[in-house]
Write a protein that binds this ligand. Structure first.
Ligand SMILES: [Ca+2]
Ligand SMILES: [Ca+2]
Ligand SMILES: [Ca+2]
Length: 448
């Protein structure tokens, strides 16, 4: 019971926050990018310009490209001709660092081959694509890493820390597959870019784009992994070998920030948004749930909507209220009771010492419960705290500290002769006095 009440409090809080956009949220909630595989007209992709040279342009040394991805079954139907040069280009392309046409240093890319990772590196007519065997398109987040060893071109794919496959790169003695600085191109809008989530040249439906989520892309100028490893459990923090790092946590706009801090950077990207449905869209679906020991001062747990704060909750009102249904018109300050003729409904209290008494119709609550279902006309009932209430002196003058209960006047509170007289019918205690007739007094509601 206590647990479910807590859940209701939390849901209520989320709604209030959404309605009035918080001024300051001190913890990063985080985002990912969701691509829709539109793959035409230069949209539904992220483009990172790497020439003039930027640190994200790897290939002149060992390198690792790793990211988190999530794709739903059936959304990526491309397939790859494995163990061939340029084989990866017919898969659903996740990372595209192709160059159009032959020769001139190398190129590479990562795609989905029937739901598994393919990774290929090419240098003109030499090259190879290796194909993994671990399925990754099951609607779950997966950590994917690919490595390339410069000395002999060896390629490897890792999924969720498991070595999936390694194989030859076959580029022979021409090992540098970075983008040659200042390289002339007839395709200046696609060649000198690292493109995420789409086939970069819009070369046609034979070269499909990726449909799914992407997050936490890290590019390193070393091989991070040479065997099985424990996949990361939190966003990356940059180190000396991090040449580009994209958290995709901007959540709005079209600038994709590189937070690696690498010398010569940042290798920022741009979001080219569009298509039907338009992508890549900012998504709050990310691979990491905030941990319970995060230093965050305030956070919303993505999977449950639960709200946590390390501090106190400061509300403007002085009472806790709940949305209720009523069987007759009521107004703020009315004393109400459970309506036995209408289950789940309330009505004005109408008899002295009513054991049905439930609380007072709220004026300006500090915390509202049960705010999730607002489809019916509801009013707010104060359950606890300090509120104005209608009072009558039909049972004598009311003094601060007097116990209060219902009266014969509908919606009005009166003084209680003593605890025994109003057993089970206590509304609260008077905080102010009412000497004669009727009026409004302040009450500390403690209904029971
Ligand atoms: Ca090429
Ligand atoms: Ca370069
Ligand atoms: Ca992120």
């Amino acid at each position: 019971m206590k647990k479910s009440l807590f859940a209701v409090i939390v849901i209520g809080l989320v709604i209030v926050l959404r309605a009035s956009s918080p001024v300051e949220v001190l913890s990063q909630v985080g985002y990912s990018l969701r691509f829709y595989g539109n793959g035409v007209n230069d949209i539904d992709r992220v483009k990172i310009q790497i020439d003039p040279h930027k640190p994200a342009d790897v290939g002149a040394t060992d390198f690792t490209i790793e990211f988190w991805m999530k794709a739903n079954p059936g959304d990526n139907t491309g397939s790859v001709t494995c163990n061939t040069n340029d084989g990866w280009i017919t898969g659903n392309i996740i990372i595209d660092r192709d160059i159009w046409g032959p020769g001139d240093y190398g190129d590479f890319g990562i795609s989905l081959n029937n739901g598994k990772i393919a990774f290929g590196v090419s240098y003109g007519s030499n090259g190879n694509t290796i194909c993994g065997n671990i399925p990754v398109t099951n609607g779950q987040w997966h950590h994917v890493a690919v490595t390339r060893r410069y000395s002999d071109g060896q390629l490897c794919i890792f999924v969720d820390g498991q070595q999936d496959v390694c194989g030859p790169g076959n580029v022979g003695s021409n090992r540098d597959v970075s983008y040659r600085d200042g390289r002339p191109t007839s395709y200046p809008n696609s060649d000198p870019f690292l493109v995420l989530g789409a086939e970069k040249h819009d070369a046609g439906p034979a070269y499909p784009s990726y449909r799914g989520w992407l997050d936490e892309l890290r590019i390193s100028n070393i091989r991070r992994y040479t065997g099985n490893f424990t996949p990361p459990t939190a966003p990356f923090t940059p180190d000396a070998n991090t040449v580009a790092l994209y958290h995709f946590d901007e959540g709005s706009g079209n600038v994709i920030n590189d937070s690696s801090g690498a010398s010569g950077g940042p290798s920022n990207g741009m979001r080219n948004y569009g298509g039907s449905p338009p992508g890549p869209e900012w998504s709050t679906d990310t691979p990491f749930a905030p941990s319970n020991n995060t230093p965050a001062l305030f956070r919303i747990e993505r999977t449950t909507g639960n709200v946590y704060t390390d501090g106190s909750f400061y509300a403007g009102g002085a009472d806790v209220a709940e949305y209720i249904l009523v069987s007759e018109p009521v107004e703020p300050r009315d004393v109400v009771e459970i309506d036995p003729e209408h289950p789940k409904h309330y009505r004005k209290a109408r008899t002295p010492y009513s054991t049905l008494v439930a609380g007072v119709i709220a004026t300006q609550p500090g915390l509202i419960l049960g705010a999730r279902q607002l489809t019916e006309v509801r009013v707010l009932l104060t359950l606890l705290g300090r509120v104005p209430v209608k009072g009558t002196t039909e049972n004598g003058p009311i003094r601060p500290g007097d116990l209060l209960t219902s009266s014969s006047r509908p919606g009005y509170a009166m003084r209680c002769a003593g605890p025994a007289a109003c057993d089970g019918a206590i509304l609260g205690k008077a905080l102010t006095a009412l000497e004669h007739d009727e009026g409004t007094l302040l009450v500390l509601v403690t209904a029971r």
